[in-house]
Design a protein around this ligand. Structure first.
Ligand SMILES: Cc1cc2nc3c(=O)[nH]c(=O)nc-3n(C[C@H](O)[C@H](O)[C@H](O)COP(=O)(O)OP(=O)(O)OC[C@H]3O[C@@H](n4cnc5c(N)ncnc54)[C@H](O)[C@@H]3O)c2cc1C
Length: 597
């Protein structure tokens, strides 16, 4: 069966064929109206919306390739991190977090593919708290309050979630599909009930209030991944003649006139040749929270000390990469039930399952979005946030690191093998039914940064998220873990015989299992980022020396250059970041259209 899985990975001939046939290979000194660098959600939206104007020639440049069969199968999400669709970044070794990872390096995957990270992510659709956006606006970003961004969330959404047909918070005619996950385990159903027994309301977390529990809303279409590529590019790729797309092409620099401080194009590496591509109107960086700042710095826009240190002439001094927020979580706790044989393990996969999936059956385990089933937004007792602002979230996941038997998830997250062999393999061996929680903190006090250690554009930026340098962040997650355990003791859970899986994680055996100190230790060992890096090109008024772009997403002091992706988000949001990236793309496209039309 494992062999069958690996064979599935190697299929994709149709895509390779398409990629060669429809690739708009660069021509030296070619000119377009807009150059969009990077095809994540923001880049795909921009490419689509700007090319709605037939007068405008748009060039979308993507460093990676195209989706193939495994990208479509939601349960395989974690495996995609082991493929070329992932840039494969790792943090510098951490001293206060990721202690369970090889060399204490946290894995920081990012999509390198047409569709960007939306083609390898876990497909959770989650927009954020009203107060997040109101805070962006209060920070000096005119036009970004909740009431002003909601129309752009709606514009992108095609909701098919049951019970939301009449909700003013949802649209049913946008390009990006949102639906329920049809495959649901008994444990998840019991959990949603138990959370309500514990006092958490059932809610639509993308609606009036986030607070409470809900089954997850997913970016899938009939049970298959619906990425930015599928939603915004595929439907127009072969028909819209003014949209030009090149894949496997890497932008190495933005070209900026030193006198006028105007961007006029990009340098592009394609099949070992460097090209100059020119923009008549604008260059838009949508290369993601690591690569947009990297490209700015390679182009002479960044902190003076860093650029001087690597010998890049400075065009504009700005605090690019000086801020980096992310959402850390604790992988666990895991709970067992008193049954066996129901939990999905990868060795249960059969060719028949794949056959029914591709025949259109969206109800099998293959449509489960990497095992994610329910979300609970919680304000813990020690939180000083307003009453409607959660500080932690619980992600209910079918199974655990045992589900893929120590393969995709373990390797993708860079966990040391003994984490699996000691803590999770016993669940495999006994085929014990179980489920887990990722307990995530929304508003960390720890702040990281990103910098370049040389000017080679093909090298990784250095990334130090400094997770848990402020131990208040650990305390928030500890509060969350205690609440999860309380919910597990509710009648609906007890009917399944739910109990805490109590094998201590390696490195924490010295603490009494279940004590606060045990969990504090476990939080630092089993730290697992949810990959919501933001603020590396922070949006805000120019007078604020922590910001890189203004509210129109224009780089301060540079003409014809914008950044539009999650790097502009000024504060850690109360959500996952994919939906926001679509919203940013929609809003950016509207602003650009208004300015150039
Ligand atoms: C494993 C994982 C799981 C996640 N799960 C979820 C989830 O379930 N729900 C959720 O809301 N969020 C999730 N996220 C986060 C979310 O997917 C991202 O925040 C979002 O997709 C970011 O979009 P973006 O447009 O900012 O950039 P990206 O999607 O990162 O896109 C950037 C694109 O630019 C390209 N690029 C970069 N540099 C260059 C260059 N020099 N030249 C050409 N192209 C370049 C990249 O290859 C990439 O395609 C997850 C992230 C990860 C990594």
């Amino acid at each position: 069966d494992k062999q069958f899985l690996s064979q599935m990975f190697n299929i994709g001939l149709g895509n390779i064929f398409k990629q060669n046939l429809y690739n708009d290979a660069p021509q030296q000194n070619a000119e377009y109206d807009f150059i969009v660098v990077g095809s994540g959600p923001a880049g795909c939206v921009l490419a689509n919306r700007l090319s709605e104007n037939p007068q405008w020639q748009v060039y979308l440049i993507e460093a990676g390739g195209v989706e193939s069969i495994p990208h479509q199968i939601p349960i395989m999400a974690a495996y995609l991190q082991g493929t070329h669709s992932n840039w494969g970044y790792k943090s510098v070794p951490q001293r206060a977090a990721c202690l369970g990872m090889n060399n204490q390096e946290c894995a920081l995957p990012r999509g390198k593919i047409l569709g960007g990270t939306s083609s390898i992510n876990f497909m959770i659709y989650n927009r954020g708290n009203r107060r997040d956006f109101d805070r962006w606006a209060e920070f000096g970003n005119e036009g970004w309050s909740y009431d002003e961004v909601l129309p752009y969330f709606l514009k992108s959404e095609n909701s098919q979630v049951k019970g939301l047909a009449m909700s003013p918070y949802h649209n049913h005619s946008g390009p990006l599909n949102v639906e329920d996950v049809r495959y649901r385990t008994e444990a998840a159903k019991a959990y949603v009930k138990a959370a309500q027994e514990a006092g958490h309301n059932k809610t639509d977390y993308n609606g009036e209030s986030q607070m409470g529990v809900s089954f997850v809303q997913a970016n899938t279409l009939k049970g298959r991944r619906h990425s930015a590529y599928r939603a915004y590019i595929e439907p127009i790729r072969y028909t819209r003649k003014n949209l030009h797309i090149v894949t496997m092409a890497r932008v190495t620099k933005v070209l900026i006139d030193k006198q006028t401080k105007q961007a006029y194009g990009v340098r592009l590496l394609y099949r070992n040749t460097l090209y100059t591509i020119k923009a008549r109107k604008e260059v838009i960086l949508s290369a993601g929270a690591f690569n947009s700042p990297q490209l700015l710095m390679l182009s002479g826009i960044g902190p003076e000390d860093n650029l001087k240190g690597i010998g890049v002439p400075i065009i504009k001094e700005l605090p690019v990469g000086k801020l980096l927020y992310d959402h850390m979580c604790h992988f666990g706790p895991t709970f067992t039930t008193n049954s066996t044989g129901k939990t999905f393990f990868v060795s249960h996969t059969t060719p028949g399952l794949f056959a029914s999936f591709f025949a259109g059956d969206a109800s099998t385990v293959l449509s489960s979005i990497g095992g994610v089933e329910a979300l609970t937004f919680v304000k813990t007792p020690h939180s000083k946030e307003p009453h409607d602002m959660p500080d932690v979230k619980f992600i209910t996941v079918a199974g655990s690191l045992a589900s893929d038997e120590g393969t995709g998830l373990l390797q993708g997250a860079n966990f040391r093998p003994e984490i699996y062999t000691k803590v999770y393999k016993p669940l495999n061996d006994a085929q014990t039914d179980h489920f887990s929680f990722l307990v995530m903190q929304f508003h960390p006090k720890s702040v990281g940064r990103l910098w370049l250690h040389n000017r080679n554009p093909l090298e990784w930026p250095r990334i130090n998220p400094k997770f848990f340098h402020n131990s208040d962040d650990v305390e928030d997650i500890l509060e969350g873990i205690k609440e999860v355990i309380r919910i597990s003791q509710m009648p609906a859970m007890q009917k399944l015989g739910v109990r805490l899986h109590d094998i201590p994680v390696p490195g924490c055996e010295g603490h009494n299992f279940g004590s606060d100190d045990y969990w504090r230790c476990s939080i630092r060992v089993m730290s697992y980022t949810l990959h919501h890096q933001v603020a590396t090109c922070r949006m805000g008024p120019e007078a604020d020396n922590s910001t890189v772009v203004n509210a129109r997403l224009q780089v301060h002091g540079i003409g014809r250059l914008r950044v539009a992706d999650t790097s502009i988000i000024p504060f850690p949001p109360t959500c996952h970041t994919n939906a926001a990236s679509f919203m940013i793309g929609e809003k950016a496209a509207d602003m650009i259209r208004a300015e150039w039309s």
